[in-house]
Design a protein around this ligand. Sequence first.
Ligand code: FES
Ligand code: FE2
Length: 466
Amino acid sequence: MTKTVDPSPGAARASGPSIADTLARDAIAPPAPILQSQYEFLGDDDIPVERYTSHAYMQREMNELWPRVWQWVCREEHIPDVGDTYVYDIGRHSVVVVRSAQDTVQAFHNVCTHRGTRLFEREGCGYSGGFTCPFHGWSWHLDGSIDTIPGRWDFPHATEQTHALRPVRCDTWGGFVFVNLDNAAAPLERQLDVLPQHFAHFPLERRRIKLHVQKRLPANWKAAQEAFMEAYHNFATHDAPNGGNTQYDIFGKFVSRFIHNIGSYSPQSLEDYPGDKWRRPALTEQEQLQMLSVFGLSSDCVPEGDTARNVAAAELRRRLGEALGTDLSGVSECMMLDSIEYHLFPNMFLFPGVNVPMVYRFRPDGDRVDHCLFDLLLLEMLPEGTPHPVPPEPVFLDVDDSYTQVQALGWLAPVYDQDTDNLMLQQKGLSSAAKSGVTLGNYQEARIRRMHMTLNEYITPPESQP
Ligand code: FES
Ligand SMILES: [Fe+2]
């Protein structure tokens, strides 16, 4: 069969059933936002390699992006009680978030207003009755107001107006605490865009952190997160039996999404993937179910006329529903099985699915242009009426450590290892500058382009700089 390729750029799609086709065959329809689809062609120019390799570009991000954008710091369950703190570092910037009253979360620069010493040395959770600088002992109340200045007689010029802790904008959504270092920034809702509407169906505040893994990756923070914004690499990197049928949506300048079906693998045609190496024949529903064995299913038979997705979702609803103490009987196959991934500019990923419930964050590792920190959380559903338990301590993996050291990651561990192996090779290749730009697919890699277009709005072009 010869496929007709639409001549308008971005309009072509892989052969085989679309996500919408698969969802239409499922037993339970997903929530309305999952059925929305939104894409437009954004251009096909290369992305300059210097964005991933240049220290000068990194400095521009540090001066013009990170101090002006809303970014996720921690979960509210990290700071449940008055006096609980969470320190968050982004490049050379550091912020301390504190629950200063039962219903109030505030944030401050993690910097003494006397001579600039860091108040807290390390990122992460803590408890504080107030803030005290280790150098000369100045101290502040939880709301940032001055408590004591030792030898106050010498500082008549240090007042509440001039020497309270420097406040940082702070807001919450979905159980996450966000900060923005720019006091003039637009409110968080502007950046969240469609997320509150979409996540009304999957309230993330009713989830708990099951696992937190932080790994140092050998790549620029953008290259690292871009590896998670497309499923185009699945067949070559993960030897996954599905190629191009993932759906990509762009909901404005800050939010994008992909939906990647699990348990409905379409054949890869010779036309889309030339050569036998990548070719995959069509699978029967029975074979599709066998592909889902990573979920530890006990069902091994698809009844006549049914689908592997329906069988797998039915078992997971029962099993996970029991384990989580939650009634999942009305949850769609898509929500039970699929990899549904939202990206919030600049660096946050949210998965509303039940069985694939991750949150990602990518950010620079200090001031290194070719390394980054990747936080990976599993957010498990919390039964109604159950309080949030104390979050687990993060597990730290350095560049050479394998995800397989973290048993709780299960089948995901080797997948993340495959992704991170690529990153080292990509960063090395980019640094050798054989080509001045990175080329993107019109559809499958459009989310990456959208991210760079929004980044352009923050970073002053070199020709406009003084
Ligand atoms: S530098 Fe903080 S009290 Fe002096
Ligand atoms: Fe991957």
